[in-house]
Design a binder for this molecule. Structure first.
Ligand code: G3P
Ligand code: CA
Length: 379
C-alpha cells in the first residue's frame, strides 16, 4: 500500500474516531502510555476490536483496524486465510463474495465454484484460487449493509490487507499513539487449508516471530475454533493461544469431527474440559451464551459457572461478540426504535459481562467497551 493511501486512511479514521467519541460521556486519553503490564493487570478488561472497528468501517480493512486503535482498543483482531501463492490475508471467510466486489469483476467470473468448507457447501469465489496480486485488485464491501448502511457507503474504497500490513500498521500506530497495540489473529478453516496444501499455522508463527513477537509477554494471542492446530502451535511458539468455543455446545470442532473423536464444545466447557484446554491454551474464547445465556424473553439470564471454572483451570476468558445494533442485543438493552440497525445500550450488556468476571471481550464497537472500562477505573 502506498504511503499517501495510508495517510488518507489514517486521517479519515482520526476524524471518525473524534466524531464517534464525542457521543460518549466519559473522556478517554487516547495517548496514554498503557504498558503491557497494565493491560494485563487484575483491574483490566482487554478490549479486542472484532475485525477492527467493524461496527463503523467495513471489516478487516486497515481503516477498520486504525479506527479501533484511535478508539483505544487494546488489541485488533484479524481473521486469517491464505492466498493461492501462500500469503496470509485478513478475511473472515475464504469465500470472497460477501465482503468484496469480486462478483462485479468479470475477469474473475471463471473462478466461481462450489466446494465444501468445514463440512458445509459454499458457492462463490475463494481466496485459495487467487494470487495476492489478484486479491489486491479487489475492494472490500460491507458484509451486512442493511444493518450497517453507514459502512456500506465506504464500499469499494478499501483494500484487503495482508497480515504483514496489519502488523506494520500496529507498529506504526504504537509510535504515534505511544502505547502497546496488541494483535489477536484467528486462524480460519485450519483443516481446510491444510487439506489443500496451504497450512497456515507455521506461516502465522513465522510472521509473528520475524516481526519480534516472541514469548508469553508479547502482545499477541493466536486463536482457533479447532483443537489440534492449537496443540501444534503450542509446539511451535510460546505466544499465547486462545481456544474458541462455537455457539452450539453440541457441535464439534471441525478437526475433531474429521478425526472421528466425540469431543464437543460442550465437553470442552466442563471443569474437566477446561482443565484440558489449559494444557495448551492461555485463554478461552466462548460465545457469550456460555457466560450468560439468554432466557425465554431474550433477556440476559443467570450467569453460568463457565468463568469460575475457566479461572480455576488457569484460563482467562474473552467472550465474543459484542455488537451495538438492536438485532444483536439482549432484549432489555435494545433501544425503543423498531429499527434492527438502531443502536441500543451495548454498554449495559458489557457491564453485565464485566460483573460476570470476564477478562476481555471482542467488540465491533470497541469505543463503547473502552468507555465502560474507563468508567470503572480499569486499565
Ligand atoms: O474470534 C472471536 C470471534 O471473532 C469468533 O467469531 O466468527 O467472528 O470469527 P468470528
Ligand atoms: Ca474471529
Amino acid at each position: 500500500m502506498k504511503l499517501y493511501h495510508l495517510r488518507i486512511i489514517l486521517s479519515v479514521c482520526f476524524v471518525l474516531a473524534s466524531t464517534i467519541s464525542q457521543s460518549h460521556a466519559a473522556p478517554v486519553n487516547l495517548a496514554t502510555n498503557v504498558s503491557k503490564a497494565i493491560l494485563e493487570s487484575e483491574c483490566s478488561l482487554l478490549v479486542i476490536a472484532h475485525r477492527g472497528a467493524s461496527g463503523y468501517v467495513p471489516e478487516h480493512t486497515l481503516a477498520a483496524y486504525s479506527l479501533a486503535v484511535f478508539m483505544g482498543a487494546d488489541y485488533i483482531e484479524p481473521d486469517l486465510v491464505m492466498t493461492k501463492d501462500g500469503f496470509l490475508v485478513a478475511r473472515h471467510d475464504n469465500e470472497l463474495g460477501l465482503t468484496t466486489d469480486v462478483s462485479q469483476r468479470p475477469e474473475f467470473a471463471d473462478r466461481h465454484r462450489t466446494q465444501s468448507v468445514d463440512g458445509v457447501d459454499y458457492t462463490g469465489w475463494f481466496t485459495e484460487d487467487f494470487t495476492l496480486a489478484e486479491l489486491k485488485s479487489l475492494r472490500a464491501i460491507e458484509r451486512i449493509p442493511n444493518l450497517r448502511p453507514g459502512n456500506a457507503r465506504m464500499d469499494r474504497s478499501l483494500e484487503i490487507p495482508t497480515f504483514q500490513e496489519i502488523i506494520d500498521l500496529a507498529k506504526s500506530l504504537e509510535v504515534s499513539q505511544r502505547r502497546t497495540i496488541g494483535i489477536y489473529p484467528e486462524i480460519k478453516h485450519s483443516t481446510h487449508f491444510k487439506t489443500i496444501g496451504l497450512a497456515m499455522e507455521a506461516a502465522v508463527v513465522d510472521t509473528l516471530h520475524r516481526n519480534g513477537y516472541q514469548g508469553v509477554d508479547a502482545p499477541v494471542y493466536i486463536q482457533s475454533f479447532e483443537v489440534n492446530n492449537l496443540k501444534e502451535l503450542k509446539q511451535l511458539t510460546n505466544l499465547r493461544l486462545l481456544q474458541l468455543y462455537g455457539s452450539n455446545p453440541a457441535r464439534q470442532p471441525f478437526d475433531q469431527f474429521v478425526q472421528g473423536t466425540a469431543l464437543t464444545y460442550g465437553d470442552m466447557a466442563t471443569p474437566e474440559g477446561l482443565r484440558e484446554v489449559a494444557t495448551y491454551a492461555y485463554a478461552a474464547g466462548p460465545d457469550k451464551s456460555y457466560v450468560i445465556p439468554l432466557n425465554e424473553e431474550g433477556k440476559l439470564g443467570q450467569p453460568t459457572e463457565f468463568v469460575a471454572h475457566a479461572h480455576e483451570a488457569g484460563l482467562k476468558v474473552h467472550p465474543y461478540t459484542f455488537r451495538a445494533e438492536n438485532s444483536f442485543l439482549p432484549a432489555e438493552f435494545r433501544s425503543d426504535s423498531a429499527d434492527e440497525h438502531a443502536r441500543g445500550d451495548l454498554a449495559g450488556e458489557i457491564k453485565a459481562f464485566l460483573d460476570a468476571g470476564v477478562d476481555g471481550l471482542f467488540a465491533d464497537q470497541p469505543d463503547v467497551a473502552v468507555h465502560v472500562k474507563h468508567a470503572r477505573s480499569c486499565h
